[in-house]
Ligand binder design. Structure first.
Ligand code: ADP
Ligand code: ZN
Ligand code: ZN
Length: 731
């Protein structure tokens, strides 16, 4: 008999055995339809053997074979198996996650027609000046006269559906479905000739990378903001493409701007596919197939673009490698940067990690020679870095968190016809309670760690020892009653700015305003055209955008980052600060950065202002080393949540006991908790966590390997919601 071992998209860490009828030819890595309980399910064959642990008469037959060939290359297949093991996540879910949605649903792995906008004969004939009242339509018509555009490529050209629908009503353009072409780009490959001359630093960097192509090696391109990292990418890609090889470029969730895409397209006359959130399922499948068959030269995309199959992958770039959006924060919690390095390893190719603010993990690897450390220390041309100033917030009169100096400086920059970014630091940092008169921050007396403010529960809580106390009425240090939760909202700030600058167009960019598909792209395009003069933003604005007219960056409210209970808060703040500051004065205009704080003397601010990110990073690394924290140790975090707090707690307590049983030697293995999560309660569920730490990644993995099965078998494991996060970045 022939038995297929089939992985299904179910949260169980096992495969299921089915008989392969003689009439069907099944392949490893291909999809099949199988009976599963009372329903049918789609599965992926992970192995074909002649035996099963089940008696033959209990085996059900495969109902249908969907693929004649594996959907995965050997290299990708191995990578996904490794990943399922490393992250302790069911193989079936991992394999399905790596496929486009249509394939998960059982649709055939073949190209389907895609919607494309085309010019009509009337659109060719009319005088384009007739559209002078509708500049955007005029622009769109001009583009379509050059070439048809697929619907999913509109946002790359800063066009929208609405603009084209308007043209369609006038009979100038039409929308029709057509099969994407399959170009042989290698033969037509060409590169723009009038590219800028590389600086000495850039040229050296490119030369070093090129001398190590076609073997596994990790480079860190550590270059200050605006130092021309993208230019280095393009120069290296030029060589990769000229050899007919493909490239994968990973970018942060929200870092992909039309200008960046434009730079790639302008430079290379090759098919480039962009995987962005606006694609529908057919468009995603089309990109997947085009790449697999080698018809695409470059894929640019976020986290999940990592799973794109390639015919002949030659190079991987991870831009802004420190960005936390590379870590998936639900279900399969993989880190796309780390997986990209593993992919480069399994493909035996070179990978380049770029950042102005490398993560401490990456920097540490570079300092120890595990990665090749390349540095760009200067901006090309005569562009200087912005000047930095601190404003002491203590006892200042505030308008939605703005000091008089900040307001005056904003006025000055607006009067010079420049743009201003105001930055609020929200997500990911724990809120604290602070005295506006003296800067005192509530602290747990037992642990000397800052309390986290839980406004809903009206209490302060220590995330180290889990003690809590009511919110105090007076400052312990100076007796003032002006105790503030740190943090104004973006909405409140926007409203106040409207009152102060009634004539000035203001744009707010945060999760709330950019929920709608394509909204962010619209805002960014508008900013570039100079429409918005004041931009209010959160983390999202810190990504690698290049706004030439932004000359002032104001950081309104950052104190919670200085006093967070999370040991990574300093790193994340230092990265944000350096990145946001890098938005000021990128073109020929001088930039200014103004930072408001109740703690101008804080050592983190001092070192960042006076010495910069690298000095800060070295210092933090040495502190982490003495505190036995990552990257010098490795973490695995168990999270549990339930409507009954005791249940979640008890589950983690059991896990703690399991670790104690197998590991008597408690000096290197640290098990911390259970403690409440930073957000102790979300939608009625109490959240607890248990942190496991060990100086050896390998040892920690072995330990988990031995215990995960036992943990899954705990009676409470089925009652509550729990997860295991390997290398967590948020506590
Ligand atoms: P980064 O990716 O490091 O932020 P970019 O590659 O976007 O930097 O470069 C910043 C700016 O400097 C861009 O406008 C780019 O065109 C310009 N630039 C980069 N390299 C050079 C160079 N060698 N000569 C002149 N201008 C350059
Ligand atoms: Zn005080
Ligand atoms: Zn405490």
């Amino acid at each position: 008999m022939t038995v297929a071992h089939v992985a299904l998209a179910v949260p169980l860490d096992r495969t299921f055995d089915y008989l392969v009828p003689v009439t069907l030819s099944a392949v490893i890595g291909g999809r099949v339809v199988v009976p599963f309980g009372k329903r049918q399910a789609i599965g992926i064959i992970t192995n074909i053997t002649e035996q099963s642990n089940l008696p033959a008469d209990q085996l059900k037959p495969i109902l249908k074979v969907l693929d004649k060939q594996s959907l995965f290359s050997d290299k990708l297949w191995r990578l996904l198996h490794w990943s399922a093991q490393y992250y302790h996540y069911p193989l079936g879910e991992v394999l399905f996650h790596a496929l486009p949605v249509l394939l998960r649903q059982g649709k055939p792995a073949e190209m389907t027609p895609l919607w494309q906008w085309q010019i009509t004969p009337k659109g060719h004939l009319i005088d384009i000046n007739n559209l002078h009242r509708a500049k955007k339509q005029q622009n769109a018509l001009a583009i379509l006269r050059q070439q048809p555009i697929y619907r999913h490529q509109l946002s790359e050209m800063a066009l929208t559906d609405a603009i084209l629908q308007a043209l369609k009503k006038k009979g100038l353009v039409a929308l029709s479905a057509c099969l994407p072409e399959q170009p042989n780009w290698q033969q037509k490959y060409s590169v723009q000739t009038d590219r800028c001359k590389l600086t000495k630093e850039q040229a050296t960097t490119v030369a070093v990378i090129l001398s190590h192509l076609h073997e596994f090696r990790t480079f860190l391109l550590d270059g200050v903001t605006g130092s021309g990292k993208t230019e280095v990418y393009l120069n290296v890609l030029e060589h990769i493409l000229s050899q007919g090889k493909q490239a994968l470029v990973l970018v942060p969730e929200i870092g992909l701007t039309p200008q960046t895409i434009h730079r790639f397209r302008q430079r290379f006359n090759v098919p480039i596919d962009i995987l962005h959130s606006g694609l529908n399922d057919s468009e995603r499948l089309a990109v997947w197939l085009r790449c697999q068959q080698g018809h695409t030269a470059i894929v640019i995309g976020t986290r999940s673009a990592l799973f794109t199959p390639f015919n002949d992958l030659g190079f991987i770039i991870v831009d802004e490698e420190h960005d936390t959006s590379y870590k998936q924060q639900t279900s399969w919690r993989y880190h796309a940067r780390d997986m990209a390095i593993m992919r480069a390893h399994s493909e035996n190719i070179t990978i380049l990690l770029g950042s102005a603010t490398p993560s401490l993990e990456t920097l540490n690897n570079a300092l120890h020679g595990k990665y090749y450390h390349l540095r760009l220390t200067q901006r090309p041309g005569n562009i200087s870095m912005a000047k930095h100033y601190l404003i002491d917030l203590k006892s200042q009169p505030l308008q939605a968190g703005l000091t008089p100096v900040m307001i005056k400086t904003i006025k000055k920059h607006l009067a010079n016809n420049n743009q201003v970014i105001l930055f609020l630091n929200r997500r990911g940092f724990s809120p604290t309670l602070l005295c506006h008169e003296c800067g005192w921050i509530a602290e747990c007396p037992r642990c000397e760690r800052y309390y986290t403010l839980h406004q809903q529960q009206r209490c302060l809580r220590c995330h180290h020892c889990d003690s809590q106390r009511p919110i105090p009425y007076q400052c312990v240090k100076c007796g003032s009653t002006q105790l503030l939760p740190v943090g104004v909202g973006t909405e409140q700030l926007e409203q106040t700015l409207h009152d102060i600058f009634p004539e000035t167009p203001i744009t707010r960019i945060d999760r709330d305003t950019t929920n709608r598909k394509g909204a962010l792209e619209q805002y960014l395009a508008d900013i570039h055209l100079g429409g918005a003069r004041i931009l209010i933003g959160t983390q999202m604005l810190a990504k690698g955008h290049h706004f030439p007219n932004v000359t002032l960056v104001g950081l309104i409210d950052i104190d919670s980052a200085l006093f967070s209970a999370d040991f990574r808060a300093a790193e994340h703040f230092a990265q944000l600060y350096t990145q946001v500051a890098g938005r000021a004065g990128r073109a020929s205009k001088a930039g200014e950065v103004l930072l408001q704080t109740h703690h101008p003397e804080h050592p983190l601010l001092r070192i960042l202002m006076n010495k910069g990110y690298h000095e800060y990073a070295l210092q933090d690394l040495s502190e982490r080393q003495s505190a036995f924290l990552p990257p010098f140790t490795y973490h695995a975090l168990f999270r549990a949540e339930d409507y009954k707090s005791e249940q979640a707690h008890a589950f983690l307590q059991h896990i703690r006991e399991l670790f104690a049983e197998v590991e008597q030697e408690q000096s290197t293995l640290w098990v911390m908790g259970p403690v409440t999560a930073l957000q102790a309660k979300i939608s009625g569920r109490y959240r607890w966590q248990l942190l496991i730490q060990h100086p050896s990644r390998h040892y920690l993995q072995q330990l988990l390997q031995r215990l995960v099965e036992k943990i899954t078998a705990l009676p409470l494991a089925k009652k509550i919601k729990w997860s295991l996060d390997i290398d967590p970045i948020e506590n």
